[in-house]
Ligand binder design. Sequence first.
Ligand SMILES: Cc1ncc(CO)c(N)n1
Length: 225
Amino acid sequence: MEGCNKEMLMIQKWLNQHNELYTSATRHPFTLSIRDGSVDLSAFKRWLGQDYIFVRAFVPFVASLLLKAWKESDDDSDIEVILGGMAALNDEVSWFKREASKWSVSLSSTVPQKTNLEYCRFLESLMSPEVDYTVAVTAFWAIEAVYQESYAHCLSDGSKTPEELKETCQRWGNDGFGQYCHTLQNIANRRLEKSPEDIISKAEATVMRVLEYEVEFWNMSRGET
Ligand SMILES: Cc1ncc(CO)c(N)n1
């Protein structure tokens, strides 16, 4: 494929360079405990309540990304991919409510933890019109990819994920979501390839920040605050 190598390389290059950080986000003790069946269910419930709050803030971030794509993208299909992501989030919000009721987690009385507030504030900073589409779409890829990798691992060969958590893992670990993340990665790589050095460094720093927040987000499940 034309230009394929160079495209694939930008994100691949970062993942190689920052492999330790990427692995700490995608092979976190919390998701590994789901995979090996040793998960503490109160940790899972804490994650569920906090993630619902995060997803509510994620929706306006994706809306802002849609607006950036509409204004800045050189490819119409980007809008359709992001809109598909929005539609999935609509479904996700309903799923969180059902899942919370199943586990007797009260979403209305869940208090956002410091890490969650900081991550949501970071998302909000990315919603600014000053933030380039390339930087925002690359962040979007990273946010989705961490969940995809983490939860797909809970379903892969040899996993002992408890039956009652499989639906959660399927939500992000299914092949369709994997394909979607791959499409986002292609969009990000295509944009990065055409970007000047300063945008590329901003995007790289943003991905690193996302990975750090994702690690801290999983850490919240420990409930140490
Ligand atoms: C914290 C966090 N990161 C990523 C996703 C993926 O949508 C999510 N739901 N929550």
